[in-house]
Design a protein around this ligand. Structure first.
Ligand code: GLC
Length: 721
């Protein structure tokens, strides 16, 4: 029930004022151009001058001084003095850069995701932001899609844990509080499954798969009281999300009870025309308002056509009032009617942005994200290493977010080592192997051939991942592969660090390196975080949350695959579900990651508790436990993982699904028994009758160090079918 003052305000508003609240433009349209980055095509749309003092929100404008100026002008000149809502993309840090969310997922540490989100909230709130378009919680299974870097990975259950943490990190218990901002979960729904991994392409997912894998993390955000939901560019069941009543009204509002505003993605109201479900801007406005999109981002069909639609009886004013009420309620919940400037403060900007506490947090979080994929006795670099070779485009200082390059960090950590660099300049467009660099490669190998160890910092540069950065080839650029082979030819130990926003096709160069670290992009403390892992100051603890394929032909490859009617039995049979030229399994599996320690598992036990089958979802129906011992001489962190499998159900079920994990730090010789409670809800699945059900029967309970390395016990839970 809206507050009285909001009800009265809506009654007092003209139609144009209402439609202005339902429109979001970038700040330069409001005449003041704070530092902002354009995140989509700047389409031609007919912004009328009389609209400008009615626009309800802006995107991606930042800066306390600039946004205060915009707000001051609005509060002075607009008729009803409704505060503007400043929104923006703060996805992995604001001024203090944190690891990309895919790296954050690999930390298997929701608390760190919450901490990073809270710091991002403090810093961006000081710069005048009220709401962030984050967390992005699209399930991702296709590394050809450049935006996998914004997600925490391929597992719905883990994404739920990470999403809840991020929402609470941004919002706290009340986002009106200082240092908190509202969050907007995106992109609802199924944006992470474009055909061919090509951004903005068609998505076609059965309802069962949507419900089981693609929807849960958005629902986790709603259950965590996320303030807003952003629609996705893609169709769901052949209707673009922004025009999809089933998605936005039936599921999001009726089933899940979401009451906040829904915003379109960038121009996606307009794009219903190019999708072919709207003849023109008027029909685009009509369908998206009927579907329940309250704010049209970066297009102006609402302002342009709703008046005509109302006159023609194609829309009811009640839908407009409903949308405006939700928008005003969000502004009220942020306290903007009392204080339109919220936390915007140049003084706080100076005090908070990249302050020592935030940088320390960025370091503490970054060191937990890299994944050690291979280590044939080369890491950590021991005191015997006196001369280090450093090559590759990510070794130098030109890394975008990192405050300090890997080179300078290594020099700081190993002041007595002789560090020789070669071919560290950014290859830029050469990243894609456009120009032959053979002579540089040979020169690099010659320069580094007497080093005790060579570190190759390779990967993909900024414009090669993220939005609108889909690729059909996931290999390192030819130049970088050539460099790795030349370094291999020196016969010296080589460590390869992969700096990327996606799993890359590293199989072709696996043999070039004795050690491989998936380094992702780790933010402003990347250099020192990697140096501390290389030198053993930090024992790596990251585990993959997205499978690394042998090659792009395997995609989609993910751990929670289906058994099929002809599963491979590991034997060389013909008529089974397999490739002739590649294993079915990923090169590196979900949950995989090495450390400098060694852990042994023993005493795997399971226990089934009586379940009448009619008890509540959170009833514990089984327990599984195992003892983990650190049998090395180095303290380390093991991520003990729990998986389940439903042996027979009404619909096909994955061969395993993550349902729990426990990060446990153990000193040398220390051991601990880790127990997991298994509830009915954890075993439930979406049947084809429109509900999540728990069915008694046989299940495999699995515990291990990765999805590819588990102990398994088959149990019967509840009365068997
Ligand atoms: C972009 C992205 C979305 C972002 C929005 C505003 O196109 O799809 O993630 O939040 O526009 O920048």
């Amino acid at each position: 029930m809206a507050k009285k003052f909001i009800e009265d305000l809506v009654k007092e508003m003209t139609l144009e004022e209402k439609l202005g609240q339902m429109t979001q433009l970038s700040p330069e349209f409001l005449g003041i151009d704070p530092t902002m980055d354009l995140t989509g095509p700047m389409n031609e749309f007919n912004v009328q001058p009389q609209w400008l003092d009615k626009i309800g929100s802006t995107l991606n404008g930042y800066g306390a001084r600039q946004l205060r100026a915009i707000q001051e002008k609005n509060m002075k000149e607009s008729r009803l003095h409704i505060p503007i809502l400043f929104m923006g993309d703060v996805v992995f840090g604001y001024r203090t850069g944190f690891p990309i969310p895919l790296a954050m997922g690999c930390s298997f540490n929701p608390d760190n995701y919450e901490k990073a989100s809270h710091i991002a909230a403090k810093e961006s709130a000081a710069s005048g932001l009220h709401l962030t378009f984050a967390p992005m919680t699209d399930l991702v299974r296709d590394p050809r899609w450049g935006r996998v870097m914004e997600s925490t990975g391929e597992d719905a259950w883990l994404n739920c844990q990470m999403t809840k943490a991020a929402v609470h990190g941004f919002q706290g218990d009340d986002f009106k509080e200082k240092g908190r901002i509202a969050a907007c979960v995106k992109h609802f729904a199924g944006y992470g499954a474009p055909w061919g991994g090509r951004d903005y392409n068609m998505v076609d997912i059965s309802e069962g798969v949507l419900r089981e894998y693609y929807l849960p993390a958005y629902k986790a955000a709603v259950d965590a009281h996320v303030a807003m939901v952003m629609t996705s560019f893609n169709p769901v069941n052949r209707i673009p999300s922004s025009a999809n009543q089933w998605l936005l009204r039936d599921i999001l509002r009726k089933e899940w009870g979401f009451e906040g505003p829904v915003i379109s993605d960038y121009a996606s109201v307009d794009e219903t025309i190019s999708h072919g479900v709207a003849r023109d801007g008027a029909e685009a406005a009509q369908k998206c308002i009927q579907a329940g999109v309250d704010i049209e981002m970066m297009s102006t069909n609402y302002l342009s056509y709703v008046s005509q639609l109302l006159e023609e009886g194609r829309l009811d004013i009640s839908l407009i009032d409903e949308a405006v009420t939700r928008i005003l309620e969000l502004k009220d919940a942020l306290g903007l009617f009392e204080n339109p400037y919220k936390d915007a403060s140049e003084e706080d900007e100076a005090a908070l942005h990249r302050c020592s506490q935030h940088l320390q947090a960025a370091y503490d979080i970054a060191v937990g994200c890299p994944v050690l994929l291979k280590n044939q006795g080369v890491l950590p670099l021991g005191p015997e290493v006196k001369t280090i070779g450093l090559a590759g485009p990510f070794a130098g200082c030109e890394k975008t977010e990192a405050d300090e390059s890997l080179y300078l960090s290594l020099k700081r950590r190993l002041p007595y080592a002789n560090i020789i660099t070669a071919m560290t300049e950014p290859l830029g467009s050469l990243q894609r192997g456009i120009k032959d660099v053979e002579d540089q490669v040979q020169a690099a190998a010659e320069a580094l051939k007497d080093c005790d160890v060579i570190i190759a910092a390779v990967g993909e540069c900024g414009e090669d991942f993220g939005e609108a950065a889909s690729k059909t080839c996931l290999r390192l650029s030819p130049n970088q592969e050539r460099l790795l082979w030349a370094l291999k030819q020196t016969g010296r130990p080589v460590v390869m660090i992969v700096h990327s926003g996606r799993p890359m096709e590293i199989y072709p160069v696996m043999d070039c390196a004795d050690g491989i670290i998936q380094g992702w992009h780790l933010g402003c403390e990347e250099g020192i975080a990697l140096a501390d892992i290389l030198t053993g100051k930090v024992n790596p603890s990251g585990r993959l949350t997205m499978s690394i394929p042998y090659n792009v032909g395997q995609i989609p490859v993910h751990y929670n695959a289906f058994n099929t009617g002809r599963p491979t039995q590991g034997k060389d049979e013909r008529y089974i579900s397999r490739y002739l030229d590649c294993p079915n399994e990923a090169l590196f599996a979900f949950g995989y990651g090495l450390t400098y320690s060694r852990f042994e598992y023993s005493a795997f036990e399971t226990q089934v508790l009586e379940c009448e089958g009619c008890c509540p979802d959170e009833t514990v129906v089984a327990r599984a436990g195992i003892t983990v011992k650190n049998v090395s001489d180095r303290t380390g962190t093991e991520v003990v993982q729990l998986y389940i499998r439903d042996i027979a159900a009404q619909v096909v079920r994955p061969v395993k699904e993550l349902r729990g994990f426990n990060r446990v730090e153990l000193a040398p010789g220390e051991f601990r028994t880790i127990t997991f409670d298994i509830t009915r809800e954890m075993l439930a699945y979406w049947n084809n009758d429109g509900e999540f059900v728990f069915e008694p029967g046989e299940f495999d309970l699995m515990i291990g160090s990765s999805s590819a390395d588990v102990e398994t016990a088959r149990v019967t839970i509840g009365q068997s079918r």
